[in-house]
Design a protein around this ligand. Structure first.
Ligand SMILES: [Ca+2]
Length: 522
């Protein structure tokens, strides 16, 4: 399905003034045979004009309107540029492109950490992951100790599914979990975080492990079972994380590509197909028009491995497949990748489809929306009040999901404690306020300042020319850093006598199983 970009909300790079550009498909404004615009043709254009000028995109939901279902699809390591509708010249994502054509494609969505567990913690809690001591991915408990981390997300945290469940939603979680680790005994199960039904991989030690390839099917079954009540689903896809385990069908489709691109294109096709199956299920269940669907990714694309290794089985997910040599995802011109605070690591796709509320085919490049905004925004969409005493680090940006260009009021903060490989891994903190983003070391002695609205690629460091901006943003970042807890939360550690020492990773060992469906592994 071709993407039609009917209107774009763009930020003027020099003045910062929001201007509205119209790119109307020609059939909307072509004169008819007698030289007069027919009303049938003109009406869509007028509606579009009203929407773009900030008029309500659709009548506000009345008190009798059914509460919307919420489906949050979170891909893994899926780069901003890994969609054909984002300009990829070799990847094909017809279902995601169709989703964008039927909704809003946000150009400035940020996750709040460039790796998995902390990024997902921000989604679940609406708070910065460092507030819960989640600084990197949940690993073996011994490694978590070295990183000064808990072994799981503190179940005392207020969570998005927990709030929705308390308000009468049926909640499901299918696919990746990774709010603890497979080598971690004693971790609270998803019920402790507000999940009614789940089938996950990357869960805790001893949990029933779902197959990676069953994520869409499990989601579809949940939709069919709960079509008559409001529901919330986390769909946390495996694609395009390693080990890459493409289907035989997808591998056959892309056999004309070189082997690196073949595997990655097949993985992207499988992820896109999973989205398509879920969208089909919503339509077939008769709930498509009352369901808000979001597609996003937990961080930017994985760094491409230099050495081609044999297929292996990963300890965390139990998946057998191929390593990072095949991770050739793209950022769409953004600087950095996974594990970097530059935009390539933290700016990811964010597509919202909400029939009747979100206008179709809008591209919003002005609203800066982040992972911590999802809890307050989706609770607002569901009409669920936030509890007393809970304080989100994000804000309710629901108007943006109905087609308006909204300016956020809060700055955005990032922390990174992982590897510091040059040239893009060195920043330990980052802050964005308005157009400006500052990346800095913990002592602020090394900084890099970028005006993102004029320098999307973060190619020009303006710190020397803007000392006042550097000083202001450095102070903000260091004050935020000082506000974070010094220690991980109590009570979130595996019992020492139950911890099994980590096995050695067997990446080069002979393997019995092939990658799922990969009939002719490269
Ligand atoms: Ca990830």
């Amino acid at each position: 399905m071709p993407v039609t970009r009917r209107a774009s909300l763009v930020n003027h790079p020099q003045s910062g003034v929001v201007v509205t550009a119209f790119v109307l498909p020609s059939h909307l404004y072509q004169a008819d045979s007698v030289g007069i615009l027919s009303m049938k043709r003109l009406l869509p254009a007028l509606l579009l004009l009203a929407t773009a000028l900030g008029a309500p995109a659709a009548p506000a939901a009345s008190s009798t309107a059914p509460r919307p279902n919420l489906v949050f699809i979170f891909a893994d390591d899926w780069g901003w540029g890994d969609l054909s509708s984002h300009g990829s010249t070799w990847l094909r994502t017809p279902h995601l492109d169709g989703l964008a054509a039927a909704g809003i494609d946000f150009g400035q969505f940020n996750v709040l950490n460039p790796v998995c567990s902390p990024s997902r913690t921000a989604v679940m809690t609406g708070q910065y992951p460092a507030r819960w001591g989640v600084h990197q991915h949940f690993a073996h408990p011994a490694q978590n100790r070295q990183r000064d981390m808990p072994d799981w997300l503190d179940p005392r945290a207020t969570t998005l599914p927990g709030l929705l469940r308390a308000a009468g939603y049926r909640t499901g979680h299918f696919g990746k979990w990774h709010l603890t680790n497979r080598q971690t005994p004693g971790a609270p199960r998803p019920e402790a975080y507000g999940i009614d039904e789940w089938a996950v991989f990357n869960g805790g030690a001893g949990w029933p492990a779902a197959k990676v390839g069953d994520t869409a099917a499990n989601t579809v079954a949940f939709i069919r079972a709960h079509r008559d009540r409001p529901f919330f689903i986390n769909v946390w896809l495996h694609e395009s994380h390693t080990p890459h385990a493409p289907s035989a069908e997808a591998m056959e489709r892309w056999k004309h590509l070189d082997e690196q691109r073949r595997v990655y294109a097949a993985v992207i096709s499988d992820g896109d197909a999973a989205v398509g199956r879920i969208l089909d299920a919503l339509r077939e269940a008769g709930v498509e028009n009352n369901t808000l669907v979001i597609f996003s990714s937990d961080n930017g694309p994985e760094n491409t491995g230099r050495v081609k290794r044999p297929a292996y089985t990963e300890g965390d997910s139990g998946v057998t497949g191929y390593d990072t040599y095949y991770s050739v995802g793209e950022t769409g011109g953004l600087r950095g990748r996974k594990r970097h605070l530059f935009e390539g690591g933290v700016r990811v796709p964010f597509i919202v489809r909400w029939p009747g509320r979100a206008p179709a085919g809008i591209k919003n490049d002005t609203t800066v929306i982040t992972a911590v905004d999802l809890l307050p925004t989706l609770c607002a969409a569901a009409g669920v009040a936030l509890p007393d005493g809970y304080r989100s680090d994000g804000e309710n940006l629901l108007p943006a999901l109905t087609g308006r260009s909204v300016a956020r009021t809060k700055p955005v903060f990032w922390e990174w404690r992982g590897g510091q490989a040059e040239p893009d891994g060195w920043p330990r903190l980052a802050v964005r306020d308005g157009d400006w983003k500052l990346l800095l070391t913990h002592d602020a002695k090394r900084v890099s300042l970028h005006r993102l609205t004029a320098d999307r690629a973060e190619a020009r460091d303006e710190s020397a020319a803007q000392p006042d901006v550097v000083a202001r943003l450095s102070r903000l970042a260091l004050e935020w850093k000082a506000s974070l807890p010094a220690r991980p939360p109590e009570g979130c550690f595996a019992p020492a006598d139950q911890i099994v020492p980590p096995p050695a990773e067997k990446k080069s060992a002979p393997r019995k199983a092939k990658a799922a469906g990969a009939a002719n592994p490269p």
